[in-house]
Ligand binder design. Structure first.
Ligand code: CMP
Length: 140
């Protein structure tokens, strides 16, 4: 299986409740290695740019509001099959549909305040990593 890199975020609803360590522990327990991490407070422009793919969706305004409401921890994860593995550990976007033991089942408050984000494919992983990190910040 290929060693991959993926992008992950611990969202403001989770940093506010001091869950950075608990969420990171779940990722590490699944075999993912944090090779870059920093805490950012997104500007409106950064949030709109990051989520530009959703700009025509009805929830876009609320999404930008929640992502600029407090600090976010942006991370790059590395490991075997990291993109899929991260999504499995996060669980379904809507916590009502998330499996037992997943980050969103345990910690998310709602679909909007769902505690974590992870890239869904190799192309988006590369784009999302490059949006927040320069090459020298990735230390594998
Ligand atoms: P995320 O994986 O960060 O990708 C886009 C985010 O939009 C998603 O998680 C949710 O937090 C948020 N969102 C809010 N409402 C919806 C919705 N109805 N469907 C999908 N995503 C939503």
């Amino acid at each position: 299986m290929a060693i991959e890199r993926t992008f992950s975020m611990i969202k403001p609803d989770a940093t506010k409740r001091n869950l950075t360590g608990k969420i990171t522990a779940k990722l590490e327990e699944a075999g993912l290695r944090v090779i870059a991490s920093k805490r950012v407070w997104m500007s409106r422009a950064q949030a709109e740019g990051f989520y530009a793919v959703h700009k025509d969706r009805p929830f876009f305004g609320e999404l930008v509001e929640t992502m600029t409401a407090g600090p976010t921890v942006v991370q790059v994860l590395e490991g075997e099959n990291a993109i899929l593995k991260n999504r499995e550990v996060m669980g379904a976007t809507n916590p009502a549909n998330a499996a037992e033991g997943t980050i969103r089942k345990e910690f998310a408050l709602s679909i909007g305040e769902n505690s974590a984000h992870g890239s869904d494919a190799p192309e988006t992983a590369a784009q999302e990593i490059a949006y927040w990190f320069s090459g020298v910040e990735l230390v594998g």
